[in-house]
Design a protein around this ligand. Structure first.
Ligand SMILES: Nc1ncnc2c1ncn2[C@@H]1O[C@H](COP(=O)(O)OP(=O)(O)O)[C@@H](O)[C@H]1O
Ligand SMILES: [Mg+2]
Length: 361
């Protein structure tokens, strides 16, 4: 049987470009080489596409080195990768694995192009990706489904620009300090701050407003951070939870990627009933947000009360050698090569299912 060609898109225009290189390298190395041919395509920070990139060069590839290999994905059905220089066909891709974290990759924008290109792709579709990325929309849908989450309020950049003291007073009237301030669309803790008083809140709002026009403000909780892996389409499977013990006061960018001191514990040391609740809530949220393929769902378990809150869902979770998503599956008895097989299978199933939809009136 001919090998399936997997277009592995990586890099991208978000602040998580580097993480994507590490994720793509781990994925390319772990695909079953007898069944799949991986075609790595680098998306530069400017949004230009280059490929194919040699697998061993994924982590160090730069657009300059591949200037003569600029490519395009044809936005017509067929999954065709074209040479940018003359529009000729380079190859047909059977499945695309877009491991592009953050804005323009994880938020439905890239998924829209993949829909136009008419090729099966791994992960959530346009709506699931967009809602998973937008923390405000996500909170509203979770609220509709009665999934427990911290109390929150929202504010627009225009309100911050018009009169920040009014915005501060309105927030302080509904949420006691400390609060967490977040740009609605973001990741890797970029633009997120903890505010303990009015002055810090004003500063946090100004920072978040640099990243998005919509800002989420949440009740801060003193909690353990628990994550769990979900895999599947309509009836997803769920792993055992893991715990992140942050090296900083909260799990900020430095704790995530720079100081290397945060510890992960898999499986998390939690009572059985708490594990069962987290598993159930993760699946409910996954279905409520219309996720497909895979996602990592992150929770808080409040230290004092034991109350569980859903923090967020990541529709393109980190997939590096040390990332929680593949490690939690590995601990559950699903090695990464089989996990990748399954993700391709799920992408193809979703594609076949979508083809059943009539487009006639
Ligand atoms: N409401 C909250 N209470 C306590 N800590 C929080 C709260 N919200 C976020 N944090 C801390 O900030 C980190 C990043 O927030 P998160 O919403 O997960 O953003 P990102 O999408 O960037 O990962 C969390 O992992 C946690 O350490
Ligand atoms: Mg997070």
């Amino acid at each position: 049987m001919a090998k399936k060609k997997i277009g592995l898109l990586f890099g991208g225009r978000s602040g998580e470009h580097e993480v994507s290189l590490a994720s793509a390298q781990a994925i390319a190395h772990n695909f079953d080489a007898d069944a799949f041919e991986v075609v790595p395509v680098l998306i530069s920070r400017e949004g230009r596409w280059y490929g194919p990139i040699e697998i061993e060069k994924i982590a160090v590839a730069t657009p300059e080195q591949y200037a003569d290999r600029e490519v395009l994905l044809a936005p017509q059905p067929g999954g065709r990768l074209l040479r940018a220089a003359d529009g000729s066909e380079l190859c047909r891709l059977d499945v695309i694995f877009p491991i592009v974290h953050g804005t323009y990759g994880e938020d439905g924008i890239l998924q829209g192009l993949l829909e136009l290109a008419g090729v099966p792709y791994v992960g959530a579709g346009v709506a699931g990706s967009a809602i998973g990325m937008d923390k405000v929309l996500m909170r509203k849908i979770l609220a509709y489904h009665h999934i427990p989450q911290v109390t929150f309020t929202t504010v627009l950049r225009t309100q911050v620009e018009q009169d920040i003291s009014v915005a501060v007073n309105e927030i302080a009237a509904v949420l006691p300090y400390p609060v967490f301030v977040k740009p609605a669309n973001g990741g890797s803790s970029v633009g997120i701050s903890k505010a303990r008083d009015d002055a810090e809140l004003a500063e946090a709002l100004r920072l978040a407003a640099c990243y998005d026009r919509k800002i989420l403000v949440e009740q801060g909780v003193n909690a353990r951070e628990i994550e769990i892996s979900v895999l599947g389409n309509e009836q997803p499977a769920v792993s055992l939870p893991g715990e992140i013990c942050s090296s900083n006061e909260f799990y900020d960018y430095k704790a995530k990627y720079i100081d290397n001191k945060s510890i992960s514990v898999i499986p998390a040391d939690l009572p059985e009933d708490v594990v069962a609740s987290i598993q159930q809530l993760a699946v409910e949220a996954y279905q409520a947000l219309d996720c497909e393929g895979f996602a990592r769902v992150d929770f808080f378990v409040e230290r004092e009360s034991g109350q569980i809150y859903l923090n967020e869902i990541n529709t393109l979770p980190g997939f590096t050698e040390i990332s929680m998503y593949p490690k939690m599956w590995e601990a559950a008895g699903l090695p990464v090569t089989q996990l990748l097989n399954r993700l391709v299978e799920l992408a193809c199933q979703r594609f076949a299912d979508r083809a059943k939809n009539s487009v006639q009136c």
